[in-house]
Design a protein around this ligand. Structure first.
Ligand SMILES: Nc1ncnc2c1ncn2[C@@H]1O[C@H](COP(=O)(O)OP(=O)(O)OP(=O)(O)O)[C@@H](O)[C@H]1O
Length: 270
């Protein structure tokens, strides 16, 4: 279980994230929504420790993530995979070697730098690619792939990290509607099939409503909504997004798996 307790991040005098408290049970698919600048990326980055909170604690089980250093911090980053809007692949490497980089957390640095992967590790990477229908492109250079294919490689790389949690920061923001669906279906599959907790920043409200078990709405760094998608009425959406509301409420592609019989969720402090 991931627990945020009064997490605040200030840049200069400005609070990008302001006193956020949340409990995310294992296996939940949480969508973090809110207008641009609401603090969604800053929040996710602190969970991965790409940024440190100014105040508050982030716990995973009994471990205080905010106190981790050195090897323990690297181990946490292995357990907490991150997926970015811009994929962050090594363009000149082939697909398989990009996926293998997810294993770099688990092997000596020298072995990762020399790309000395074992047969088992390669098989694991191929299996991750296969689950995303990408194995046939294993030998292709990453920079020759479409955006949707690149994001699937990034998801496969996250999978071979064998993470407990995946943080996805606007993973579909650069994709067309077809690839958006492929990538969101992949995240949903990973969440439901492997039970990996997914926390996903999303700009599209309809996608968030279609795919997530729970929505956390942020405005000016604070959590202003935290409930099941059905509780997010258009009126609440308008409050969250203001003038942007029309832009973020559109047609969402149909989901691979129907929402329903999803794991329960706990509100902050419950
Ligand atoms: N490194 C930084 N230095 C200064 N201010 C920052 C930094 N990172 C974020 N901010 C500010 O913190 C606030 C929250 O930014 P953040 O990127 O977390 O929002 P967001 O909800 O993810 O927005 P978007 O959807 O546009 O990515 C914004 O006002 C932003 O300008």
């Amino acid at each position: 279980m991931l627990r945020l307790e009064g997490v605040t991040k200030s840049f200069g005098g400005k609070r990008a994230v302001d006193q956020v408290s949340l409990v995310v049970p294992t296996g939940q698919l949480v969508g973090v929504i809110g207008r641009s600048g609401a603090g969604k990326s800053t929040l996710l980055r602190m969970i991965n420790r790409l940024g440190d909170p100014t105040q508050g604690r982030i716990l995973f089980g009994d471990t205080d993530i905010t106190q981790l250093k050195g090897r323990a911090l690297r181990q946490w980053r292995a357990r907490c995979a991150m997926i970015f809007q811009q994929f962050n692949l090594a363009g000149r490497l082939d697909v398989l070697n990009n996926v293998m980089m997810g294993r770099a957390f688990h092997v000596p640095t020298s072995r990762a730098l020399l790309k000395l992967w074992s047969d088992d590790e390669k098989a694991q990477a191929l299996s991750a690619l296969e689950s995303l229908d990408m194995a046939r492109l294993a030998g292709q250079r990453a920079d020759t792939l479409s955006g949707g294919q690149q994001q699937r490689v990034a998801i496969a790389r996250a999978l071979v990290q064998e993470p407990d949690i995946i943080l996805a920061d606007e993973p579909i923001a650069s994709l067309d509607p077809r690839n958006t669906k492929v990538v969101m279906d992949a995240l949903l599959h990973i969440n439901k099939h492997f039970g990996i907790t997914v926390v996903c920043n999303l700009h599209s409200l309809d996608l968030a409503r279609s795919y997530c078990d729970r929505l956390v709405g942020m405005a000016a760094g604070r959590v202003v909504f935290d409930d099941v998608p059905a509780a997010l009425t258009d009126a609440v959406a308008r409050d969250l997004y203001g003038l942007e509301a029309g832009e973020v409420v559109g047609e969402a592609p149909p989901v691979l798996m129907p929402v329903g019989a999803r794991p329960g969720f706990a509100l902050a402090g419950s």
